[in-house]
Each structure stands twice: as structure tokens, then as C-alpha cells.
Write a protein that binds this ligand. Structure first.
Ligand SMILES: *Cc1c(COP(=O)(O)O)cnc(C)c1O
Length: 404
């Protein structure tokens, strides 16, 4: 068997579809967010990153980086073990207390990433709760889908952000079966936000547990960055809130929060929690500093909203179509994988603007897009530069379409 031949063959079909993934090789410049050095010979040496999930630039916040350095000086580079075998550092416990407090829950549990937290928590709940039925929003993130699949629990998919469909699907499940409703607050591809109160109400009516992924909301929404559930005053009615330390908090890691019994259950049974080295204490310390900062400070959140609003306003003024939504994510639909990649390359090379093309399977075929995430650290000049680039591109596209 020529394995490489098989691999290359499948990669070729990916290329033909325009869905082959090319990573931009960058070097982020600390203190100069959102600027990065670009290692593409055909692009300018310095580019502006327009698609980072470090939504507030907290990854370069001096308090956060200092906390990380201090913790390295104190503890060294790694945790030294799994949480069970010598790897639980004081910094991990402090971070878990901080996270429980952020969401007003009894307890929290850390994981090496948000992906792992979803995968581990859902697979443990689904497999350990006898006869569990998991009701999953149809647009849930891959990490939730994989966790549910791995659990082998019965899975029912409900229509995206549709509480009425959820109600129907819950009604069809045997009344005595334990039910888990799994969904997200902010969906990061369309930037839409779930009707949280309605979903919670439906779940409560059917006695179902609620599992909420707030990955794209923590740090950004709610007066303390506790996410959409904090903003809506509903956190205490959600059974489990899951989040990441890698997006708005700017570091890396994932977590769940909930009752002490729930967290202890996952801690004790989740293979993805138990059999892996704990996060470096420096990461835990930096994440805690970032969370603490965003609990106290609204400056970043306010400026973030203003920048997002301003970019939308400018795009509207220039007639550049973008998807309207109530979040901080601005998708510009291209609807073709090859064109999407071409536009992205062109923006990078001609304009020093980095926006990754979002293609299948991240989004459905035919909905390929560029996805812009303005931060409080994008200047008004950065925004004007982007708008000018898009305006120029759109004009050229219109011309080429007219000729064709
Ligand atoms: C990114 C993402 C995750 C995974 O979080 P990481 O910390 O990056 O592993 C989970 N859920 C959603 C909705 C995400 O977008």
C-alpha cells in the first residue's frame, strides 16, 4: 500500500475544490497589536491581522504578559504532570476559583483547550448518564459534535437557534429520559446570538440540563465579561457554562463551570481531563490576570463595540455587503471557495491586510466568506485602510463581472 499516494490524492481533491488550507506564517508583535510580521515573500513585511480571536488584544496586555513571566520565574516552564499526578499547581486552583466566580457557579474545571473541554465534558455526560439524550443545535462547533459522537448517547439535532423546534424535539423524547440541551451563545461564523431566555425556558419546561458554549462571548459580553448568560441575567439557570481562555482572554485553555457535583463528576470520569499534562502554571496565572482585568474594566469592551460599529458603518457607506448580526463578528460573504482564497491572498499581498478565507467544512459550501474581527486596538486608520482596500477590490470585481 502506497500510503503517501493515497494522502496526496485526497489532498489534490481538496485543492481542486479550493478547500486546501494554507496557513499564514506570522510573528505577532507584542505591544503592536494587531500588527504582525509576515513570512510570505510576496506580502509586505508587516501586516494588519483582521481575523484574530484575541478579540481584545489581551494576549499582549502588559499585566497579562507580566503575570506569565512572573509565574515562569516562580514555577518554571511546565506543570510537571497531569492534574492527578503532581501537576495541580496553586495557579490552577486560583484560576478555577476565578472562573467559578465569573459565571456565578459553585465550581469550575480547567482543560488544556476549549475543544478538549467540550469534547471531554459532553462525552462524559453522554456516556455516564444512563439513557441520556443530547439535543444539539445544528450549527454547534466541531468540538461539541465530536464529544457527543464519542459519548454514543442518542443525539437529536434541532434547528439552529429555534426554541420552537427544540420544544418539539424535546416533546418527542421519552419524558423520563435524562435530556441535555447543547448549544452556543455567539455562533462565530454568522455572528448570531442565541435566544437564550427562550431556550432556557423550553429546557426547563422539559426538565432538561442546559449545556452552553460561551467561547465567543466570555470576556466580551456581560458587565464582567461573563458572557451572554451574564448579560441576560440567566447564568444561574444554565446547568453548565463552557468557555475558553484562548479567545477574548488572549491565552490558551478551556473550562467548564457548574455545580460542585457536576465539576467533580467530570473531574473524576473524563479521560480528556485526567490523562493529559496540566496547563503550564504560567498560562493559568496569565489567564487569571486577564479574567480579573476584564471583570473590573469595561474600557476594552466599550471600545471594541465602537470599533465594530464603526467598521460596519463604513462598509455600509461604501456599499460593501456584509452580514448583519448583533455580535462583534463581521462576515463578508464571497460564496465561492476559490474566489475567497484569491481575495484573501490579494488583500495580504497588495494591501498588507490579513483575513483568512473561511471555507468548507468550517462553513457550508456556497457560504464561503471573509470574517473580520475588529478589536479595540485597530485604529481608525487601520479601518480606513481596510475599507479602501475592499472598495477597490469590489470595484475591480464589478468591472471583471461586467466584462465577463
Ligand atoms: C474555538 C471554539 C472552541 C474551542 O476552543 P479552543 O480553546 O480554541 O480549543 C469551542 N467552541 C467554539 C464555539 C469555538 O469557536
Amino acid at each position: 500500500m502506497d500510503f503517501d499516494y493515497l494522502f496526496l490524492n485526497q489532498l489534490d481533491s481538496l485543492r481542486e475544490e479550493g478547500n486546501y488550507r494554507i496557513f499564514a506564517e506570522l510573528e505577532r508583535k507584542s505591544g503592536l497589536f494587531p500588527k504582525a510580521k509576515c513570512y510570505d515573500d510576496e506580502a509586505p513585511n508587516e501586516v494588519t491581522v483582521w481575523c484574530s480571536n484575541d478579540y481584545l488584544g489581551m494576549g499582549q496586555n502588559p499585566k497579562v504578559t507580566q503575570a506569565m513571566k512572573d509565574a515562569i520565574d516562580l514555577c518554571g516552564a511546565g506543570a510537571g504532570g497531569t492534574r492527578n499526578i503532581s501537576g495541580t499547581n496553586h495557579a490552577h486552583k486560583l484560576l478555577e476559583l476565578e472562573l467559578a466566580d465569573l459565571h456565578g457557579k459553585e465550581s469550575a474545571l480547567l482543560f488544556t483547550s476549549g475543544y478538549v473541554s467540550n469534547w471531554a465534558a459532553l462525552s462524559t455526560l453522554g456516556s455516564r448518564i444512563p439513557d441520556a439524550v443530547i439535543l444539539s443545535d445544528e450549527l454547534n462547533h466541531a468540538s461539541m459534535i465530536e464529544g457527543i459522537r464519542h459519548s454514543r448517547a442518542t443525539k437529536v439535532i434541532w434547528k439552529h437557534n429555534d426554541p420552537e423546534d427544540l420544544d418539539r424535539k424535546l416533546t418527542a423524547v421519552p419524558a423520563n429520559a435524562p435530556k441535555i440541551v447543547a448549544f452556543e451563545s455567539v455562533y462565530s461564523m454568522d455572528g448570531d446570538i442565541c435566544p437564550l431566555a427562550e431556550i432556557v425556558e423550553v429546557a426547563e419546561k422539559h426538565n432538561a440540563m442546559t449545556y452552553l458554549d460561551e467561547v465567543h462571548a466570555v470576556g466580551l459580553y456581560g458587565p464582567h465579561g461573563g458572557g451572554v448568560s451574564e448579560r441576560e441575567g440567566l447564568a444561574d439557570r444554565i446547568t453548565l457554562i463552557e468557555g475558553t481562555l484562548g479567545k477574548a482572554f488572549g491565552v490558551v485553555g478551556g473550562y467548564i463551570t457548574g455545580s460542585t457535583a457536576l465539576c467533580d463528576f467530570i473531574r473524576s470520569f473524563a479521560s480528556g481531563f485526567i490523562f493529559t499534562t496540566a496547563l503550564p502554571p504560567s498560562v493559568a496565572a496569565a489567564a487569571r490576570t486577564s479574567i480579573q482585568h476584564l471583570k473590573e474594566s469595561n474600557v476594552e469592551r466599550k471600545l471594541h463595540r465602537e470599533r465594530v460599529e464603526y467598521l460596519r458603518y463604513r462598509l455600509n457607506q461604501e456599499g460593501i455587503p456584509h452580514m448583519d448580526n448583533p455580535s462583534h463578528i463581521i462576515p463578508v460573504m464571497i460564496k465561492d471557495p476559490v474566489k475567497c482564497r484569491m481575495l484573501s491572498d490579494y488583500l495580504m499581498r497588495e494591501w498588507g491586510i490579513y483575513v483568512q478565507p473561511i471555507n468548507y467544512p468550517t462553513v457550508p459550501k456556497g457560504t464561503e466568506r471573509l470574517r473580520f474581527t475588529p478589536s479595540p486596538l485597530h485604529s481608525l486608520d487601520d479601518i480606513e485602510h481596510l475599507v479602501l482596500a475592499l472598495k477597490t477590490l469590489w470595484r475591480q470585481c464589478a468591472v471583471s463581472q461586467a466584462v465577463a
